[in-house]
Design a protein around this ligand. Structure first.
Ligand SMILES: Cc1cc2nc3c(=O)[nH]c(=O)nc-3n(C[C@H](O)[C@H](O)[C@H](O)COP(=O)(O)OP(=O)(O)OC[C@H]3O[C@@H](n4cnc5c(N)ncnc54)[C@H](O)[C@@H]3O)c2cc1C
Length: 484
């Protein structure tokens, strides 16, 4: 297994011409067929070592199955490491420890309510049931400890169910998953950019080819394959096609998520579903590259535009807020809040960083804030004094804001895409309704549970799909290979 040594190298980013070639390989896999016959064999191959791939690999390990994780980057990070790392779940041991009463039926209800019933119901039920099992297993089998964030409630969740590792960050979550993978001695092959799937006449994946940074190609054979390589946020052509509202928006996710899975799906005759759904965010500090938590809005913060006016209902989700912010002059807004909200913000690592880097400004008076924003003071006075109904028919501010005031300038951003491969409740890939023999997709590579629009995203739907999908796929693969 000499060729599978772990080598740190530069990331290889594909371009369109290569994709054309890959599609032909898939239809008529001549390149590499000879080499594939002599390639190393693993029962299971996974594409992508983000939260989904790592969870699936750890669960497969617990089920006694060997797999190899192929990861294009030198260090596994993905969007998971860029995220806040909050995973929603109902019925975990952690919730019980903290005395939080929740129910899976309520969680299902919350997801469906947010998407106005558009979410793929079979996945909502499967994920809600699986995610506490994944969280508990990661804790009991792999030492990943959790705590439920119980000092604020994200919009749309009926109770406290956001689980986080002690670092309260996606970086911390990924560091712990990678550490667990090392302890379990999993085969994690980095700097391996998968560019080919080899399919036999029965539409069985028999192997994969991956490019090395020096341009060389290597191959691996398998009995089962899992696509855990997330969505298409890093593919400008696909974003323009499926998410025109985000065409010119900042993409705050992992650039390596270039739609590999969706392009393979097309070549395989597999439908990509819910392609209009995504996680946007209306509070991205672009100059610093930091997420300013929407929890600030939940505790009384507001957003104003260049004119010093509110322009949307901040109690809605942060995802749809991205579109509202991008519609403002200059595509920017200012989050405005007071002392108590500032204190809450200091509990979030990225907010704290924004404060230390000077992004969050403090103002003793409304006039000073108006001057900084560059808006007429009387507009801001009117905005801050408004009682129900607020100008423009907006719901009133949840409470008055009293100086000292704080503000930070933000924009709307695309965080990750929620559309992807059609899968059944076992995360098996479906082609025209029929499962392919040995191909699974999970996490951001598969269709999500947010329906078809930006407003369907309930906070946490991303890592819910990643952890629950990884858990389910592992169980299903193990069963298919006689280990379940
Ligand atoms: C700023 C930000 C904050 C967020 N906060 C939250 C949050 O708090 N809660 C939540 O639920 N969601 C959040 N999300 C969304 C969340 O990050 C994603 O939904 C989740 O990380 C998806 O996990 P994944 O394992 O499917 O993908 P990823 O973590 O992106 O992993 C996919 C991996 O596949 C690799 N890859 C891609 N193509 C190939 C290829 N061809 N060959 C080999 N490897 C490949 C990539 O390099 C990557 O490492 C946030 C996203 C962002 C950007």
């Amino acid at each position: 297994m000499e060729s599978l040594a772990l080598k740190p190298v530069v990331i290889h980013v594909p371009h369109e011409a290569q994709w054309g070639r890959d599609a032909r390989d898939l239809a008529n896999p001549s390149d590499g067929v000879g080499q594939l016959q002599n390639a190393p064999h693993f029962p299971v191959v996974m594409v992508g070592a983000g939260a989904c791939g790592l969870t699936a690999a750890l669960m497969l390990h617990d089920l006694g199955l060997e797999c190899v994780l192929l990861e294009r980057d030198a260090t596994p990070q993905g969007s998971s490491a860029l995220s806040s790392g909050f995973v929603p779940a109902a019925g975990t041991q952690c919730q019980a420890r903290q005395g939080i009463v929740d129910s899976q039926a309520q969680f299902v209800q919350d997801i469906l309510h947010k998407s106005h019933g558009q979410s793929a119901a079979h996945l909502v039920h499967a994920y809600v049931q699986a995610v506490p099992q994944a969280i508990d297993a990661l804790e009991s089998q792999h030492g990943i400890v959790w705590r439920v964030l119980d000092h604020f409630l994200y919009p749309g969740h009926s109770t406290h169910r956001m689980h986080a590792v002690p670092e309260t960050s996606g970086e911390g979550l990924m560091a712990r998953l990678v550490h667990a993978a090392q302890v379990a001695d999993l085969t994690l092959l980095t700097s391996a950019h998968v560019t080919q799937l080899f399919i036999d006449p029965d539409r069985r994946v028999v192997g994969l080819g991956y490019a090395r940074p020096d341009g060389s190609q290597e191959w691996v054979r398998c009995d089962a394959a899992l696509l855990a390589c997330n969505g298409f946020g890093g593919a400008p052509d696909l974003v323009a096609k499926y998410l025109p509202a985000m065409k010119d928006a900042v993409y705050a996710g992992h650039v390596g998520n270039d739609g590999s899975a969706m392009r393979w799906a097309q070549a395989l005759g597999v439908a990509n579903l819910d392609m209009g759904a995504y996680q946007g965010h209306g509070s991205w500090q672009n100059e610093l590259g930091l997420l300013i938590s929407w929890a600030l809005m939940g505790q009384g913060g507001i957003q104003i535009n260049q004119h010093g006016e509110r322009f949307h209902d901040e109690s809605q989700g942060y995802s749809e807020a991205s579109v509202g912010v991008l519609a403002q002059p200059g595509c920017v807004a200012w989050c405005v809040f007071d002392e108590s909200v500032h204190e809450l913000g200091m509990g979030f690592p990225e907010f704290k960083e924004a404060v230390s880097l000077g992004g969050v400004k403090r103002f003793e008076s409304v006039g000073e804030l108006a001057q900084w924003v560059g808006c007429p003071k009387e507009n801001l006075d009117r905005t801050l004094a408004a009682k129900s109904p607020a100008p423009g028919g907006l719901p009133a501010m949840s409470r008055p804001l009293v100086p000292a005031l704080y503000a930070i300038k933000v924009t709307g951003a695309l965080f990750h895409t929620q559309g992807g491969l059609d899968i059944n409740a076992q995360c098996k890939v479906l082609a025209r309704g029929e499962p392919l023999p040995n191909l699974w997709a999970a996490g951001g590579a598969a269709r999500g549970v947010s329906g078809q629009e930006v407003w369907g995203y309930l906070s946490g739907n991303g890592l819910l799909s990643a952890l629950a999908g990884g858990f389910i796929a592992a169980q299903s693969v193990a069963k298919a290979l006689g280990r379940g």
